[in-house]
Ligand binder design. Structure first.
Ligand SMILES: *Cc1c(COP(=O)(O)O)cnc(C)c1O
Length: 347
């Protein structure tokens, strides 16, 4: 994958790029479990999030946004920035999306054009039952189901067509093990139909222009070609292992991480934890922020909480390339760092 990233640049209107583009598209369809269309965008995951808003909604449209953390709030911010009206279903901290609440909200807002939610909410480690949420939407309205699978694709079981999802968004740098900068939108026929009705302004992220170029094996503007090559290599690793095996490995690794955490007195913030990362409350009296910094001194990169969770939790990724030995090493380092005074003692 690293070799592919550093290869000589491909010309993005040439035959070689078209072959790469086509193969990547085909592989992504298998990954998203869809026969729908996949659009590839140069831009991080947030570009894919924004593209779903501007291509599926019109000004003044109501849409339900389920927030199980920071990235859910981001959807609401994007909608508001474009003059759509987010109906925010803010879940209590650590709780997943609730289908009954979705149904109630759809009854109160029968005109809602879409329901936006995260599959795995990376800020809180919450996993949402997308299949159940989608069923609840489908049985009660014509709203589109838009899923942020940015940190779940290639980690969690996701069945786009079987679960009736309309737009599924992802990005290169999390479970898909590539460098950052590429993002994806997988679209159902219903989403493609909405594309022609939506009236929000858009240009760089206009899915219509992307669809127009896709049959040529091209993107409308200059793509990040090294990332396309790197992504194909990373997807080959997933295909070689087998998607079912990748998913079950994530479940096992997550179980190992949670057991290791609990043995040290940490507890998961999420009631239904995502399998690609663990958001952990430290044992009583321990300072989460200090632990994150201490591990960085040990050469182990775990993450702080975001916004109001900063200093309250530690977040440990175990997706993509990360293996059991890496997780074990992180917990050994955490164990060694526990129980120290919260102010560094200087000699
Ligand atoms: C990382 C992430 C994003 C944002 O992606 P960027 O690539 O940083 O723009 C959005 N949603 C989720 C769930 C994420 O994990």
């Amino acid at each position: 994958m690293r070799r592919a990233l550093s290869r000589e640049a491909l010309h993005h209107r040439g035959r070689e790029f078209k072959a790469l583009f086509d193969e990547l598209g085909a592989s992504l369809k298998r990954l998203f479990r869809t026969s729908g269309e996949i659009l590839l965008m140069t831009g991080s995951g947030t570009a894919a999030m924004e593209s779903s808003v501007v291509n599926l909604l019109s000004a003044g449209d109501e849409a339900i946004v389920i927030s199980t953390g920071f990235f859910g709030e981001r959807f609401a911010e994007i909608l508001a920035a474009y003059g759509a009206r987010p109906i925010l279903l803010q879940r209590p901290l650590g709780e997943s999306a609730d289908s009954d609440e979705i149904v109630r909200s759809l009854r109160e807002h029968p005109g809602a054009k879409a329901v936006f939610l995260q599959h795995a909410e990376t800020s809180t480690g919450v996993l949402n039952d997308i299949e159940a949420a989608s069923r609840a939407v489908r049985e009660n309205s014509d709203a589109l189901v838009v899923v942020d699978a940015i940190s779940s694709l290639g980690v969690e079981r996701l069945e786009m067509d079987a679960w009736g999802l309309d737009a599924v968004l992802s990005a290169s740098q999390k479970g898909l093990m590539n460098a950052p900068g590429l993002s994806f939108a997988a679209l159902s026929p219903r989403a493609l139909k909405r594309l022609d009705e939506a009236r929000l302004p858009r240009f760089y992220l206009d899915w219509r222009t992307m669809r127009h170029h896709a049959p040529l094996g091209q993107t409308p503007y200059t793509p990040a070609t090294p990332l396309f090559a790197g992504q194909l290599e990373a997807l080959r690793l997933i295909e070689r292992e087998g998607l079912e095996n990748v998913w079950s490995r994530a479940v096992k690794l997550s179980r190992f991480a949670l057991e290791s955490a609990q043995a040290l007195g940490f507890s998961p913030l999420a009631r239904h934890p995502a399998h690609g990362l663990s958001a952990l409350l430290p044992p009583e009296g321990e300072d989460a922020g200090r632990l994150v910094e201490a591990l960085r001194e040990d050469g182990i990169w775990i993450a702080h909480g975001q916004k109001q969770l900063k200093g309250k939790i530690v977040r440990l990724a175990h997706m993509g390339h990360i293996r059991k030995a890496d997780v074990a090493r992180a917990f050994a380092a955490l164990e060694a760092r526990l129980g120290r005074p919260s102010q560094p003692v200087r000699a």
